[in-house]
Design a protein around this ligand. Structure first.
Ligand code: XMP
Length: 513
């Protein structure tokens, strides 16, 4: 059976990844590529359909990303969204104009033709608009399929040529029937069956890893985070004993986390990973002694991690492959033809220089985060690991303001464990995207029984966010905060004050350093 593929050509819009996710949700494998991909390159991938994304530009600006007529003449169905719609109209001889005012936000759209893209969609539907330019005249062969009071052509089609365009954004959830429209495109003109599922992905990936690795040796750095855990288990299902996983405990993990990771992945656990735990806590504390500058701390932790990992790898000897838990959002190339967007934070310090390996293997490079989680569940990884909240590579090192010491690590671990326990008890753990305790560098006067205290202040952080680029402080119920505060000051030594961080991002960041 041939593999169904939809290609999204990225023209620089902000929802590009979302389009790919929605198409995958409809059961069709989908990849995002830069708009500069040529028709020949596209043809070689044999996609069932092409989607052109939105973008911030105007088609009449010569600097704007453009495309050629050839793209629309390949006999592959094309759906243009927003800028993609305008570009289709412009390239094929229609007229695009600039409106005096932008149309922005939820907009009622009247559907004129419900035979194809708008099959089973309401006569009047709410869709998300975000544009100033609009299609004034359609190219030859096109018919209007939707309109709004300010947008004479909110959608158009040339069904014979397999070309479709919508001015609004069906991929965002504000477009109430948008998913239906995208599904209509992939099942209708593109003729997809929609049978791409996580179990088939897992099976296919295991097969292709086996072919690639042969009888080679594989090394994987396991952090216990979602991505590296899923990558490690996937690799172990594929190549079994040829895989060695090294877990570096840098002493900056959450309370009991090192033991939890070992319990799942170590010799007593359910997987056969050739698991090596390196207890390097003291090495990290020694290197961090007296260091207070945040970037320097991050650098030291990253470098030390690499050194420890290299030493361990040397004991194993030469390997053929090194596993990285890179996921799709890290590799998607920007639509404007710039080099790949790299995550601003690397997972503990980048690549080891001196590990002797021939090739990198990235089994998750085509998956979005939620798909990595699905793959994890498919592989039988426990839910609490699969749905773990993000944890930064430098760990508690960036949640202890100022110098890191073993004593401070213990304080923040204990406070954080209490906080997490109470959040879960209140049923809030799935509603907040990230929450943790941090240790401020402040000591202040308090009173405990009849005694004066002079101790640390713990800060509690909880944020809701969709992408971790911006975030809002979660409005935690006061009684939860009261319980957590009282437990922390009573149960954790050297803490006499608890603050709640109400700052959003920006201007704050999620972590403290
Ligand atoms: P900030 O603090 O920049 O954090 O608002 C945004 C998200 O990134 C995580 N984070 C990191 N993740 N290595 C990582 O793998 C890092 O060095 C790092 N620093 C921050 C942070 O937990 C949040 O989810």
């Amino acid at each position: 059976m041939d593999k169904e593929l939809i290609i999204v050509l990225d023209f620089g819009g902000q929802y590009n990844q979302l389009i790919a996710r929605r198409v995958r949700e409809a059961g069709v494998y989908c990849e995002v590529h830069p708009y500069t991909m040529t028709p020949e390159e596209i043809r070689q991938m044999s996609p069932r359909g092409i989607i052109l994304t939105g973008g911030p530009n105007s088609v009449y600006n010569p600097e704007s990303p453009h495309t050629s007529r050839a793209l629309f003449e390949m006999g592959i169905p094309v759906l243009g969204i927003c800028y993609g719609a305008q570009l289709m109209a412009y390239t094929l001889g229609g007229k695009v104009s600039t409106a005096p005012v932008s149309e922005y936000g939820k907009t009622e759209v009247d559907i004129d033709d419900k035979d194809c893209i708008f099959k089973d969609v309401s006569d009047r539907t709410v869709a998300w608009m975000s544009h100033t330019d609009y299609i004034e005249e359609m190219p030859e062969g096109f018919a209007r399929t939707a309109h709004t009071p300010v947008c004479p052509v909110a959608a158009m089609e040339n069904r014979e040529a397999g070309l479709y365009a919508v001015q609004f954004h069906p991929e965002v959830t504000h477009s109430e029937e948008g998913f239906k429209m995208l599904s209509n495109f992939v099942y209708g003109p593109c003729g997809c069956r929609g049978d791409w599922k996580m179990d088939s992905f897992v099976e296919e990936t295991i097969e292709s890893i086996r072919r690639k690795v042969g009888d080679g040796k594989v090394l994987c750095a396991l952090s216990g985070g979602v991505d590296s855990s899923v990558a490690a288990v996937l690799m172990s299902k594929a190549v079994g004993k040829q895989l060695t996983c090294v877990f570096v405990d840098h002493g900056l993990l959450r309370k009991n986390e090192g033991d939890e990771v070992e319990a799942v992945f170590g010799p007593e656990g359910d997987y056969d990973l050739n698991f090596i735990r390196v207890n390097a806590q003291q090495r990290f504390y020694d290197r961090l002694k007296g260091i207070t500058e945040p970037e320097e701390k991050r650098k030291i932790i990253g470098e030390e991690f690499i050194r420890v990992f290299e030493e361990e790898a040397k004991k194993i000897g030469a390997v053929d492959f090194l596993v990285q838990g890179t996921i799709y959002p890290d590799v998607i190339e920007s639509g404007l033809g710039k080099s790949a967007v790299i995550k601003s934070h690397h997972n503990v310090g980048g690549l080891p220089d001196y590990v002797d390996f021939k090739e990198i293997i990235e089994p998750l490079r085509m998956l979005f985060k939620d798909e990595v989680r699905k793959a994890g569940l498919e592989l039988g990884i426990p839910e609490y690991l699969v749905f773990r909240q993000p944890f930064p590579g430098p760990g508690l090192g960036v949640r202890i303001v100022g110098e890191v010491t073993a004593e401070k690590v213990k304080i923040v671990q204990d406070a954080d464990a209490i906080y997490r326990e109470e959040i879960a008890k209140a049923g809030l753990d799935k509603k907040i995207n990230q929450y943790f305790a941090a240790l401020t560098n402040m000591r202040s006067v308090g009173v405990m029984g009849d005694f004066r205290t002079y101790d640390y202040a713990v800060a509690l952080r909880a944020v809701t966010t969709s992408d971790f680029m911006t975030a809002e402080a979660a409005k935690l119920p006061w009684d939860v905060l009261e319980t957590v505060t009282s437990r922390i000051v009573n149960e954790v030594e050297h803490v006499n004050r608890v603050f709640y961080d109400c700052t959003g991002k920006p201007p704050g960041t999620i972590e403290f350093e």
